[in-house]
Each structure stands twice: as C-alpha cells, then as structure tokens.
Design a protein around this ligand. Structure first.
Ligand code: SF4
Length: 332
C-alpha cells in the first residue's frame, strides 16, 4: 500500500456460485484485477467492456456495494475492504461517490428531490444547519447548470431525465469527493446532454482535481473523455493503457475486434461496430486458459491450456501470449 496512490486495486476477485449453493458452479466474474490511480494526478479512467465483462462488478466492489471474494482495494492507503466502524465508512462514502446509469432509480418517486440534497449536506456534516445546506446545495446544483429554485419542491417525475441526472451528479459533488464512479452515466440521456455531462467530467478533473472511473460500453465517449482505459473480457482486464494508444493501436486481439476504424473524438458518433458476442457465455468464463481462445484467430494450443499473464509493452499492459514471455508485476 502507498499513500501517494488515490486508489489501488490489487488482485481483486469476485466469484459467484451459479445454479445452487451446493451443486452449483463457480463463475469468476472478476479475476485478478489490478489498477492504480495516483493522488495529485486527477484523471478519467474508463472501464470498458460489453455486458458480462465484469466492469460493473469491479466498480461495485470499489464502491463497497459488493464484497470481494479475495484481493484488496486501497483508498489513500487504507484497505477499504476492511474499514472499521461508522467513522471510517462515512469517510470513504464522502470521498468516493457513485453516479448510476438510471438517475430515476436513485430517487424515491414520492420524495422531493431537494430532500436528498439537503440530507447529504447535513448527514455528512458538510453543512451545520439548513441555511448553510441551502447555500451548499445551490452551489452544487449551479455547477451542473441547475439551481435550487429550479428543483425546489419538485418530485423526480416533474423533472426531465437530464435534470434528474444532473441533480444526481450535484448530490455526488456535495461531499466534495476525490473520486467519482460513474456507471454508464450518459447512456440514457440525449446527445446534447451527453456532451455537456462529458465536458463537465473533464472540468471536474481539470478545475476541481476530481478523478473519475467511467464505466461504459461506448468506446466513442471513452475516447472523447478519458486519459486511460482498461478493456475487460470475461472477468479479466485484457488491455490497460493510455486511451490514445489502446484505441488507435490495440494490441490485444479482443481489443482489435472491438475496433474497426480510428476513433473520432466525437461522442455524438456512436461506435459503429458493436461487439458481436453473446451476453454472458458461462462456458467461456469456465474455460481453462485464455477466455478469448475460442474466438481468437491467433490462438495456439498453449492458449487453451494456460492462462495468459500481463505483459508490459509500449506503455500498456496486455494479457496475451502473443507479445512476450516476460511476466510483469507492475501495476500501470
Ligand atoms: Fe489469442 Fe492466445 Fe492471446 Fe488469448 S492468449 S488473445 S487466445 S493469442
């Protein structure tokens, strides 16, 4: 553990039992995930992959919503899988805030939206009283292009989807977090709002020093907004590195499959080739060796027997036998 690291995910695993507790099989949804984000170097880090790749499970473990089967998550040097007491847990919740895909799920339809904002400001001790909370809430809403008067006394259904998502982001900002974990935050909003949220993420990073883990299946928006990307496949991070390198010159055969042209830095253009894979192929999760072997045109006998390890090459980490025999233990 290193206090200079904002977050360090170390050999993180999550195994689910499918088909019954006693006779079921083990499905390793996240397998030996490693990643590091540094303190003082805010960045937008994308976790990308199709449904069933493990990206949401990994994000939920970082948030503490799902308990890892093994491995560690260090946040500012503290192992958050072993937080003790209310004080430590509250500290972590304040520092690391989630933004979910469907903003309407974050709010009870029978509760006025400003109630959540005031509760956040007061319960986390950001404001001492309602007056102070009102200023803090208004400031957070203004940072996302809204104001307290616009949402005051209104229920979620009285706001547009974009307003509700912006209110969710404002709520996340009230605790002044160092890290946001945003799970498909723009997949349910229209093109213009998508742009404004992505630009706002960029502003949060550059102007306020907030780092963001951005979870998406949409490589165009990832390209537009991110500094680095990790591509996940069947529970593994198969390629991790600077966005430009990974998306313009992919090394892992799976990343290559995802791309069929040089990405355009335009989030309004959706990626023109979706991955043609079945949602979750349990068989592939269970397979020995490389999970991608059945689909890989470069697969050799070894790929079906041995699990590939991470190789550091050209400033990135790639999990594939094609590149080197030299295993690396560094976490990029
Ligand atoms: Fe293909 Fe083998 Fe590399 Fe897996 S390890 S991606 S099967 S070449």
């Amino acid at each position: 553990m290193d206090k200079n690291k904002l977050i360090e995910v170390k050999d993180l695993n999550k195994t689910f039992i499918i088909g019954g507790r006693f006779f079921g099989s083990k499905l390793v949804a996240v397998n030996k995930a490693n990643l590091v984000m540094q303190q003082g170097k805010p960045e937008i880090f994308t976790l990308a992959g199709e449904s069933g790749s493990g990206k949401t499970t990994l994000a939920r473990m970082i948030l503490g919503i799902i308990e890892p089967t093994s491995g560690h998550i260090y946040y500012k040097g503290k192992d958050v899988t072993r937080l003790r007491g209310k004080k430590e847990r509250e500290w972590f919740k304040k520092e690391v805030q989630p933004i979910f895909q469907n903003p309407f799920e974050a709010f009870n339809p029978l509760k006025r939206v400003e109630t959540y904002l005031f509760e956040t400001a007061l319960n986390f001790g950001i404001a001492k009283n309602k007056n102070e909370a009102s200023d803090i809430v208004d400031e957070a809403l203004k940072s996302v292009g809204l104001s307290l008067s616009e949402v005051y006394q209104r229920y979620p259904h009285e706001l547009s989807g974009g307003q509700v998502q912006r209110t969710c982001i404002a709520r996340a900002l009230i605790t002044r977090p160092s890290l946001l974990i945003a799970d498909e935050p723009v997949s349910m909003v229209d093109a213009s709002l998508r742009m404004s949220i992505l630009n706002f993420f960029h502003k949060l990073k550059t102007d306020y020093g907030v780092s963001i883990i951005y979870i998406t299946h949409d490589l165009a928006t990832a390209y537009y907004v991110s500094d680095r990307i990790a591509i996940m496949y069947r529970g593994y991070i198969v390629e991790l590195g600077p966005i430009e390198k990974v998306l313009t010159n992919p090394l892992h055969p799976y990343t290559q499959l995802l791309l069929d042209s040089i990405p355009k830095p335009d989030p309004d253009r959706r990626w023109n080739k979706r991955i043609k894979l079945a949602d979750i192929e349990v068989k592939e999760y269970m397979a020995l060796g490389c999970k991608f072997a059945n689909r890989c045109k470069y697969a050799t006998e070894r790929c079906f027997k041995e699990e590939p390890y991470d190789v550091e090459i050209d400033g990135r980490k790639v999990k594939c036998f094609l590149y080197s025999d030299k295993e690396v233990s560094t976490t990029l």
